[in-house]
Ligand binder design. Sequence first.
Ligand SMILES: [Fe+2]
Length: 295
Amino acid sequence: MEIVPLGPGFAAELRGLTLAQIAIDDAAYRDARAAFEEHSVLVFRGQEVSDDTQLAFSRRFGPPEVTKVGSIGTGTHFVTLTTIGPDGKVVPPDHRYALRNKANQLWHTDSSFKPVPALTSVLSARIIPARGGETEFVSTRLAFERLDPALRKKLESSFAWHDYGHSRAQIAPGLATPEERAALPPQCWRMVWKNPANGRGALYLASHAYAIEGMEPAAGKALIDELMAAATAPGRSYLHAWRGGDVVMWDNRATMHRGRPWPSHEARLMVRTTISATTADGLAAMRPPPRQAAE
Ligand SMILES: [Fe+2]
């Protein structure tokens, strides 16, 4: 296995290992897992990906999420991100599929709005546009480590509220349906996720975050916005330009990402599997003390 660094202090390509090998070989998994803990974003090129291979690989890292209500793939372990409608044609820019892609273009971490947040997401390119449609990543671990010590200390004992409806409302009112909002009530998480494998903390933030527990709403939102801006400042990102056969996985505890636009008449189809975080991934320490969760 060869590790080729890609981004500013994080993200790496893993060469000499396939998803299929990692799915069946314990030593290959251990190497990939160590690289995941260290580099936060892993890129695999030239893979032959089927849904089965992707799921078998993903399962190595933990329990797969079941796709939520309102997404393509509900009830399965797969999320299909596409602009191709049921008739096989690319949908118009005001279609719900297109608006959802727009919502994915806000900086976020996956599943922070769910009762069990995600450890990792695995995304494979199935149909890609000729240009555009990149996925851009930042390290919230490096962003956290750049903050001054007093703020780091404050954030380690602060908790933020995350809501799917909040991020969707930034794109279009009603983009999150009443059914989705009912299924996904706001969640409260510690603002720093400490990685048990290396002890390093990372800001746990997303477009879904809207308030900080115990802070006046406007002040809390202003601090969230300031931290998001610092984490995503120019020069801090790794931009992944997709090629056929690419699979990218990222650590939702230590990164944020966003989709980039592409010409709206071009088709794009990506398949995501998402692995839930467990106690071994540092999840228990993310939950607020009971009195704060009671709000
Ligand atoms: Fe995402």
